[in-house]
Design a protein around this ligand. Structure first.
Ligand code: HEC
Length: 348
């Protein structure tokens, strides 16, 4: 009898091992020996209401002409090779700086004491199957202590937009998705107007979220025609979005995309975790891990030998929506030579 039970349990054990999905292989991103992986400095600015319309318009005439012609990128004019930033970020964040021609303030609703700059660092690694990214940035960790959600503090957050082949994204990064007519911008359309719009009504939505400029014909309520949209998507116009929401002592990775809208997917292909330490004034580290190629049409697949562009946004210290820091884009090479950041190949 005992022998029968033993054999039966053995069979059940074997069945469970075969039938249940194995946990994904590869290392937990938080456990990689990150010490040996080189770090790259990422400069993030507080942009206020800097939108794609500002960047391509009369208030930014010299830069705008270059952007419309797809010539110089943001870094070329605003960040030197030695990381010296040529942008009046302190005056933007404090609400003092006005746009050149319209005389509208860059930040109509300044946050007292907020800094105009955030210096983060990024490390990237990969193996045959996965890519791993670590971001570190100084933070007082406002959302980290447990119980903070109950006291109404916004989660801290780091987000990355990723794209492989779109030229505008490679030059201008997230700025191609940020518009004056987003709901969270001072000149955005109101909820009532959005609800009545056929496109948004069809999607049962009342807010205009991030969208890539090439999915509209100049305004939030003028989507381009479906065939053209499909072609853009096929041609690599979709921007992947990897996000980590941090609160109450943990980070939760979220998998989304930006194209004709900004959405988060119900099933995340991204694993992640975050830690905050109080040393040296405090800092966060957020760890991301994803299969290089997920095969999901809402993700940007990355293959060894390829380069992709990445731009970072950080929401810190009880802020949400547009009140974040953003970086210019950088290129990351996965076993590719020409890139701003070369991802480190992990040994097996
Ligand atoms: C060809 C050079 C050039 C490019 C490319 C360029 N800019 Fe500018 N930018 C300028 C100049 C010059 C000014 C000063 C205002 C002016 O004269 O238009 C400026 C002003 C600004 C300002 C207002 C704050 C300040 O310091 O005056 C912001 C914000 C800004 N640029 C962001 C960007 C971003 C983001 C990009 C990329 C999407 C970009 N710029 C691309 C040249 C450029």
């Amino acid at each position: 009898m005992k022998k029968k039970i033993f054999i039966l349990s053995l069979l059940i054990a074997v069945f469970l091992m075969v039938a249940l999905p194995l946990p994904s292989r590869g290392v937990d991103a938080g456990r990689i020996d990150w010490q040996k992986i080189p770090s790259t400095r990422i400069t993030l600015i507080y942009p206020g209401t800097t939108s794609f319309e500002f960047l391509t318009g009369d208030d930014h005439r010299l830069g705008g002409r270059n952007i419309l012609r797809g010539k110089k990128d943001c870094k070329r004019c605003h960040l030197s090779k030695r990381n010296e930033l040529d942008l009046k970020t302190a005056e933007i964040v404090s609400g003092v700086l006005k746009k050149k021609r319209s005389r509208k303030p860059f930040e109509p609703d300044p946050i007292s004491g907020k800094k105009g700059l955030l210096i983060a660092s990024l490390k990237a690694a990969y193996d045959d199957e996965f890519i791993y990214i670590m971001l570190m940035w100084p933070s007082t960790g406002a959302a980290w202590p447990s119980g903070s959600a109950a006291s109404g503090i916004e989660a801290d957050r780091v987000s990355m937009q990723i794209n492989k082949s779109n030229d505008s994204f490679r030059r201008y990064g997230c700025f191609i998705t940020c518009h004056s007519d987003l709901n969270t911008m001072p000149d955005g359309p109101g909820v009532d107007l959005v609800k009545k719009d056929p496109y948004y009504a069809g999607a049962k939505r009342k807010d205009v979220r991030l969208y890539a400029f090439y999915t509209r014909d100049g305004a939030w309520n003028r989507p381009i025609e479906k065939g053209a949209l499909g072609a853009l998507r096929k041609g690599g116009g979709l921007i992947d979005l990897w996000s980590m929401e941090i609160s109450e002592g943990k980070g939760e990775a979220m998998d989304g995309w930006v194209f004709d809208d900004r959405r988060f997917e119900a099933a995340s292909d991204i694993e992640g975790s975050a830690v905050w330490t109080g040393r040296n004034g405090g800092s966060y580290r957020a760890f991301f891990k994803r299969k290089l190629a997920t095969g999901d049409a809402s993700d940007v697949d990355i293959r060894v030998g390829e380069t992709f562009s990445l731009a970072v946004a950080v929401h810190d210290d009880n802020t949400d929506k547009r009140r974040h820091y953003v970086s210019f884009p950088s290129t990351i090479g996965i076993g590719a030579e020409v890139a701003d950041i070369k991802a480190y190949r992990l040994e097996k």
